[in-house]
Design a protein around this ligand. Structure first.
Ligand SMILES: C[S@@+](CC[C@H](N)C(=O)[O-])C[C@H]1O[C@@H](n2cnc3c(N)ncnc32)[C@H](O)[C@@H]1O
Length: 181
């Protein structure tokens, strides 16, 4: 029997990510992708003309992403296993959208590490790129403040249904832009 979570993944996740701003043909970095709740629907949206970098420090999580991608016949996901350091192995100005979903909080990153990570995300983002943050476990104003200090500009706040720890929840996404300077 299908659970609410299965139904959300099959029927709603793409709409949520489209509302967040992901478009066909884009290059997306899903930083801290976990088991791929957002990677798979993002890959369906960008299609064969686009691509997803699914980056995580956990090999088990990346194996899970690969397992989920297979039956969907998705060939546009590149798995990137890192050591957990802030350095992102992608070129300058190469990404249209970065997802930071439930990952930049203090459980994983100190304030200093977060600053280093945001500088890396700035470097790999194309001018005009979107950075969409699911600031779970964080104060929204603190996230805004840190993102703005990293030279991203706040664009909008969305209140949507999301998947967190295998359960559906209504929560905020914060969208930021990487300026063109
Ligand atoms: C709470 S999960 C969120 C997963 C996914 N973004 C989601 O919202 O469903 C956080 C993920 O970030 C990964 N992670 C944490 N710190 C990381 C780092 N420094 N570099 C890469 N991945 C990291 C963890 O391994 C974990 O898979």
């Amino acid at each position: 029997m299908k659970t609410d979570t299965d139904r959300w993944l099959e029927e709603e996740a793409e709409a949520v990510l489209k509302e967040a701003g992901i478009r066909e043909g884009q290059i997306v970095l899903d930083f801290g992708c976990g088991s791929g709740y957002y990677t798979i629907p993002a890959a369906k949206i960008v299609g064969d003309r686009g691509g997803i970098y699914a980056l995580d420090k956990s090999r088990d999580s990346l194996n899970e992403v690969a397992k989920r991608a297979k039956p969907e016949k998705l060939n546009n996901i590149l798995l990137i296993k890192t050591s957990g350091k802030s350095r992102i192995p992608l070129g300058d100005e190469s990404v249209d959208v970065t997802l930071l979903y439930d990952v930049i909080h203090s459980y994983y990153f100190s304030a200093t590490e977060r600053k280093e990570l945001l500088a890396e995300i700035y470097r790999i983002s194309k001018p005009g790129a979107l950075i969409s943050v699911y600031p779970r476990h964080m104060n929204l104003e603190d996230v805004k403040d840190e993102m703005e200090k990293a030279d991203f500009s706040f664009e909008r706040r969305l209140f949507v249904t999301l998947l967190h720890d295998k359960a559906l929840t209504r929560d905020y996404l914060l969208n930021f832009g990487r300026g063109r300077q």
